[in-house]
Each structure stands twice: as C-alpha cells, then as structure tokens.
Ligand binder design. Structure first.
Ligand SMILES: [Mg+2]
Length: 479
C-alpha cells in the first residue's frame, strides 16, 4: 500500500459521510452517556471495514456499498503490524472513525523486543504502543481529520485490555477462554487468591479478632436465571454455620433481610438486607442515627433484637415505584421486578439482548420522577435504591459498632463479595486500615479488594479452611 492509496481511502470515507447525512462540519460532544452530534443524541448505523482484507482499488466500491446499505459511519481498526513493519517506521496513516479498539495486530518485531510482555502493565509494551499511537494520532491531527478540527473522525479509541478492565469484563471476555485465563493470571498478581494466601492471612490474623462479612448471591450461592432459586448448597450452609461458630459473622445482601434469611436459615449469624439498609443486631448503636432509625423487635427465637433502618420513610414510594416497574416488566419478556423491601431489583438476565436497552430506558425514564432514588447496575440487574448516604460499607461499620468491635485495633474485618455494591465494603475495610477485602470473580475486573476467590466453590473452601484453622487454634490452647 502506498501513501496515495491511503489518502484515497480517507477521501472515500469522507464521501460516505457527506452524502449520507448532515454529519459533515458537525460538532461532536459527549455527555457521559452518549455521543451528541450537533447537541443531539442520535443513532448512528456503523459498519466495519477491515481495509487490509481488500486492495485499495476495491475500497471505493466497498464504501459506496456501505453507503447504499444505509451506514452513517464506518469503523476500522488500525493494524499495527501493517503500519509499523519495523520499530519507529510508520510510513502512512489510516484513520479510525468509530468503535472498537484503535490498534489491532502486533508487529513481529515486538515479539523480539527485550523484556516484552504483550497487553500487560509492561513498560516495553506500553512504550512501543504509545510511540505508535502518538504517531498516528499526530498524523490524523496534521491532516485535520478529527471532528473538533472540522474533520470526520468522531471517535478514536484505544484498546481496553488488561490495562483498563471494567466490571463488566465477564461479558467482554466470555467468548475466549484462553484469553480469560491469561488475563486472570495477570489479575491474580494484584489480587492474589485468598486460598493461596492463606498462610499470610493466618499470620496477620493470629491472636486477632476476625469478624466475617459475606455477600449472598454469587458468593454463597451461584448466580441463576431465576432469582427465587438462588439456593445455597447444604455444604455451603454447613461451612457458614461453622464460620458462625468461630467468628462473629454477618451476611450483607441486596435481598430483603427476610428473603436472605429464608435462603440461609442459620441462627448463629447476623443479617443485613436491602444492601445494608435493614440490619438486625442484638444491641442499639450509640453512634448511628441517635436511635432515630433503631427499633426494638423480637426475633424468631424470642430474642430481643434491634432493627436499624434509615429508609423506612421511603417504603410507601418504593411500593408505588414497584407497581410502575412491574407494568414495564410485564411487557418485556424475561424481565422481572424483585421486591427487596427497601430497594427494588429489575432483572434482565432472561431478556433478549435487543430488548435490554428498551427496558433500561423505560426504567430510567420512570425513575426521572423520583430524584431521591438512584439506579445502580449489577450483574444483569438494575438496582433502585433510596438515594441516601448509606451502603454496604456503612453497614459493615454499623455491625462492627453494634457487635462491640468498632474501636479495637485487634479487630480484623473480612468481607467476601462479588458485586459492585460490595466495593463499598472493600473501601471501608481499606479506610479502616486493617482486614481482608476479598472479591469473588471468575474474570479480571477493577476492584478495591486486596484478595480474590474465583467462585462460590472457592468461597466455601476458604470458609472451611478458616473455620478449621480457628478450631485448631482453640484446641492448641487447651493442650
Ligand atoms: Mg453478590
């Protein structure tokens, strides 16, 4: 390919957009949700052209066909291996219009560069990629091709591999098990397995008071299509029972407190439902809510308990919202609304992919009328919460306080959870400055957790190990 061929491609891309719509000479901005063209959101129909798969002579016809087929924009990767055949030798430029990873294809010479490790936090790799990226971006700027310069490139994007992993990485990586394994191994370097780090955890926890906090769904039970059937196994129940016998233990779940109790059915642990907005403990806290949110109750066994709930006043409106969301869900096959008492969960795991955005938009537009509620995204769910300054991290601290452990430097909280809402508890442990935040994940993801476990099976192994260790410590003191 020669320089003039590439110039031809750029002109052809311009022609598609020029004839196709009002996109030429437009302003392109971003409002954190969508790209705005001349201040308006609009749906752009995009198609890919992998230009090395065709000769330059074919490009004009290809682009004409794309335009005739109704495309607004064309996206293409930039093929690193094609354009930098030797280090630093970038003879010409191809532009990216929209979507997908700006760089694709590693040049062969990269393999032989000293200390090179691909797609990792590796200095030689980052330096080489930065060099190439800067060159082609500068070339595009020199040609005044970006929309901000009056050109037609509305978005260029760098690859979002292990250097920029997000919480929805499960979906991103699901189709390539080998890639997952490689990335997971890299991720483990920063978030080592709590199982393989058990000796280290033991040595820190020796002679200290550990307090155990557990999420439920995806941590003690598998994620399932029907949320009413997220049962924990008998083996898991007995592992949690053992843990409850050796450590103060609480489950902090997004489910209603009653529902999570029905799943777990253990009386030797504490429960916090609705993402920690509904907590049951034996004592009143002097530090939270000046008793305003705490009411005395009697539990199933006749024990005096204190129920802490900072969102009781929201209850009537939660029911109104629930009715509205249920009407929406009724019209979208596979959608359902779960009543978690002080929050609601819209499930879309069983909704056809093409209907998910429609469902989300309908839920979002309904919630626009309730500005003291917020929506957060979980694993194929939308969570609707009262918008108060309270989360699972606050619940962890409340439980430490009411169970008598808040101010002791001898106390080590451990929190095991798999979801975004668990990150608040991880952050809280970090801010306390001692303890063990453990993320449960089968794929790499961004997390505040210091340790990891792969799935509920590993969680169970870890809990069994922890209980055995504690039992061993107790027995050795008796000898
Ligand atoms: Mg969970």
């Amino acid at each position: 390919m020669e320089t003039h061929s590439v110039s031809k491609l750029l002109i052809l891309l311009l022609m598609v957009l020029y004839h196709g719509s009002e996109l030429t000479q437009c302003s392109v901005t971003y409002d954190k949700k969508a790209i705005l063209i001349n201040g308006q959101r609009r749906i752009l129909i995009s198609g890919s052209i992998h230009y090395p798969r065709s000769t330059p002579e074919m490009w004009e016809d290809l682009i004409q066909k794309a335009k005739d087929g109704g495309l607004d924009v064309i996206d293409t990767y930039v093929f690193w291996n094609v354009h930098e055949p030797s280090p630093g030798n970038v003879p010409f430029l191809i532009c990216t219009i929209l979507r997908g990873g700006m760089i694709w294809g590693f040049p062969v010479w990269l393999k032989y560069a000293p200390s090179m490790s691909f797609r990792t936090d590796n200095e030689p790799f980052k330096t080489a990629m930065q060099g190439f990226t800067q060159k082609i971006v500068q070339m595009m700027k020199n040609e005044r091709l970006f929309a901000s310069q009056g050109g037609l490139i509305i978005l260029s994007q760098l690859p979002s591999g292990p250097l920029n992993m997000e919480s929805n990485s499960e979906e991103r990586f699901h189709d390539n098990e080998d890639v997952i394994d490689d990335f997971y191994d890299l991720w483990l370097k920063n978030h080592p397995s709590a199982l393989s780090s058990f000796e280290e955890i033991k040595s820190v926890a020796h002679e200290k008071q550990m307090v155990v906090f557990l999420d439920y769904d995806g941590t003690l039970s598998p994620i399932v299509n029907n949320p009413d059937q997220a049962f924990m196994s008998t083996e898991m129940r007995s592992a949690v029972r053992e843990i409850g016998e050796h450590f103060p233990t609480a489950i902090i779940s997004g489910r209603s407190r009653d529902k999570v109790f029905q799943f777990v059915r253990l009386n030797n642990i504490y429960y916090a439902g609705s993402h920690g907005m509904d907590i049951s403990t034996p004592t009143v806290s002097l530090n939270y809510g000046n008793h305003e949110y705490q009411t005395r109750t009697i539990d199933e066994k006749g024990n005096d308990m204190v129920n802490f709930c900072p969102v009781r006043d929201f209850l009537p409106r939660i029911q109104t919202i629930k009715d509205k969301l249920e009407k929406i869900a009724k019209d979208i096959k596979g959608a359902s609304v779960e009543d978690n008492k002080f929050c609601l969960t819209v499930h879309y795991r069983c909704v056809n992919e093409e209907n998910v955005d429609k469902l989300k938009e309908m839920v979002e537009s309904t919630m626009e009328f309730y500005d003291d509620f917020r929506i957060s995204e979980g694993k194929k769910v939308m969570e609707i919460h009262p918008s108060i300054n309270w989360d699972k991290g606050c619940a962890l601290q409340y439980l430490l306080d009411t169970l008598g452990f808040e101010d002791s430097s001898n106390v080590l909280p451990i929190y095991i959870g798999d979801d975004k809402t668990d990150e608040d508890a991880f952050k809280m442990i970090k801010s306390i400055g001692r303890g063990f935040p453990v993320a449960v994940s089968t794929t790499p993801k961004e997390t505040e957790a210091l340790y990891s476990l792969r799935d509920p099976t590993e969680v169970m192994s870890f809990l069994i190990l922890l209980a055995k260790w504690k039992m061993g410590c107790a027995l050795s003191k008796l000898v």
